[in-house]
Design a protein around this ligand. Structure first.
Ligand code: ADP
Length: 491
């Protein structure tokens, strides 16, 4: 019998993306399929997605809400540069009433019917399996939007002839997003009131779909070993540390990989000239292109370090620390290019910085994937001063593009970036600071800019990062090992 995994999540490249989860679900399924597993990833078919072959529809009723999800299938790896993977598919679930909307989750706050949207996603996935009599070996659900999948397996489907007893894995990509809703959603999701307790979904008088996932899954994983430890402490646990400590035996940290095909300076279609660790000429061409795109003075800026920042503009990413450095950043001997969207106060901060310092700071408010590739290639330094960082992908892209990351020592940043200090650490590949303070951030950035003036050291650090293996292959092997462990426990 082939081993099969049914993955359920809310966004996946190339169909939908608001953050790192989409990158993970765009890559991990293929990497697992390459290890011999049959993988089905189920994600919503949001507005604008036209991909997929129609493969059927079914009638579904969730807590009195009637709908008729239609399923569109895309082979895993379709459209990418990686060869198509046999034994893998993405099922896009089309329920226009729920998913054909202006934005993926809602502007500012989640859509009021979010519990229903993701309940329907999970139930559609399960009913698809049930209708075909195909029992997955493992269900692997992601983030709060996938939490209900684990809950349904332990409740609604516990005695189901096809799905009863299927073990589940729940992966936390970011504990800050908890899927909170009013308790009266329980009956509207076909869930019993008995789940409104500390062992179930109850969280400070409301329900949390994230908590449902954590408490119901057989194994819980998160996206870096350091974050797995951190979230069991009050400082990083966002109120969930006690819940996670109770499950510490079943909590595993597996570092994300990156899509090394899509993020490859030797073949990136979004940069003017390819380059490798052995020949960095193309990186200068990318720097010139970035400066031109951002209308910074090319002649002066080419010889100064270029600091890049691509991020959601939220406190998690350290934007409050950066906002405290309004006077210090412009006097550094560096130029800054910033790409992001997020909280208006941080957008306004960077817009006004760019207006006041047009020769050294430029900003683009918006989400622009091609431009993000160009910045990763063209910048010398990548700034990621996160308060917390479950894994972080951008610092790994930076390493691969020879762009030295300046990061805070938290979560996956601590697991991937090794600080450079003169005379130490042969594996150093960037600059790391500890305290979540503007001073510590400025100190690390200043250290980086000083080393930029020592080209031989700089190139050595670039070489270390560019030659590291951040591919999904290693992570996928760890996931498969974990799936197999879970199946052994069950037999
Ligand atoms: P998170 O998932 O917390 O936002 P990650 O570093 O794990 O952080 O992943 C962020 C991803 O989103 C990266 O691929 C990054 O390049 C991308 N990204 C963030 N903001 C933008 C933007 N404004 N335009 C293009 N890509 C962006």
């Amino acid at each position: 019998m082939p081993r099969t995994v049914l993955m359920i999540g809310s966004e996946a490249v190339p169909f939908s993306k608001t953050g790192g989860l989409a990158d993970v679900l765009g890559s991990l399924p293929s990497a697992i399929a390459r290890l011999g597993w049959d993988v089905t990833l189920v994600v919503p078919r949001y507005r604008g997605v036209i991909d997929g072959t129609s493969v059927g529809r079914l009638a579904l009723k969730v807590g009195g809400y009637l709908c008729e999800p239609a399923f569109f299938e895309v082979p895993l790896g379709a459209g990418g540069e990686v060869p198509l993977v046999t034994g893998g598919r993405i099922l896009l679930v089309d329920v226009p009433d729920l998913f054909d909307r202006d934005s993926i989750y809602g502007a500012g706050a989640d859509y009021a019917d979010s519990p229903r949207r993701f309940a329907v996603l999970a139930r559609a996935a399960f009913e698809w399996c049930a209708a075909r009599g195909t029992r997955p070996s493992i269900v692997h659900a992601h983030d709060w939007q996938g939490g209900l999948a684990a809950v349904y397996l332990k409740t609604f489907y516990a005695a189901h002839p096809v799905l009863g007893g299927v073990p589940s894995v729940f992966t936390i990509h970011n504990l800050a997003y908890q899927g909170l809703a009013e308790p009266d959603w329980l009956p509207r999701l076909d869930l019993p009131w008995s789940l409104f307790g500390v062992e179930g979904l109850e969280f400070w008088g409301r329900i949390s779909l994230l908590k449902g996932g954590i408490n119901s899954a057989d194994l819980v994983t998160t996206v870096s070993p350091t974050y797995a430890r951190e979230i069991q402490t009050p400082a990083f646990g966002a109120g969930f540390d006690g819940i996670l400590r109770r499950r510490s035996e079943d909590l595993v940290g597996i570092l994300n990989g990156i899509d090394v095909e899509r993020w490859n300076p030797a073949s990136d279609p979004h940069i003017p000239q390819p380059y490798t660790a052995d020949d960095l000429t193309g990186k200068r061409a990318a720097k010139r292109a970035v400066l031109e795109q951002f209308k910074l003075p090319v002649d002066t800026a080419m010889s100064r370090p270029l600091v890049g920042l691509i991020s959601r503009m939220v406190e998690q990413k350290g934007f409050d620390l950066l906002a405290s450095l309004a006077d210090e950043l412009p006097v550094l001997d560096a130029s800054f290019v910033v790409l992001g969207t997020g909280e208006p106060r941080y957008q306004d901060f960077w817009t006004s910085m760019a207006r006041r310092h047009p020769d050294s700071i430029a900003v683009r408010i918006g989400f622009d994937e091609p431009l993000s590739h160009l910045i990763e290639a063209g910048a010398d330094v990548f700034l990621m001063p996160s308060k917390f960082e479950p894994c972080g992908l951008s610092q790994m892209y930076s390493l691969r593009y020879g762009t030295l990351p300046v990061v805070r020592a938290v979560g996956g940043l601590a697991d991937t970036v090794v600080n450079y200090a003169p005379g130490t650490r042969r594996r150093a590949n960037g600059f790391v600071f500890d305290a979540a303070t503007p001073e510590a951030l400025l100190d690390a950035l200043t250290r980086a800019l000083a080393v930029f003036g020592q080209p031989r050291v700089w190139q050595r650090l670039q070489g270390v990062g560019m030659r590291q293996d951040h591919s999904w292959h290693r992570s996928a092997r760890e996931y498969v090992r974990m799936y197999e462990r879970l199946l052994r426990l069950r037999t």
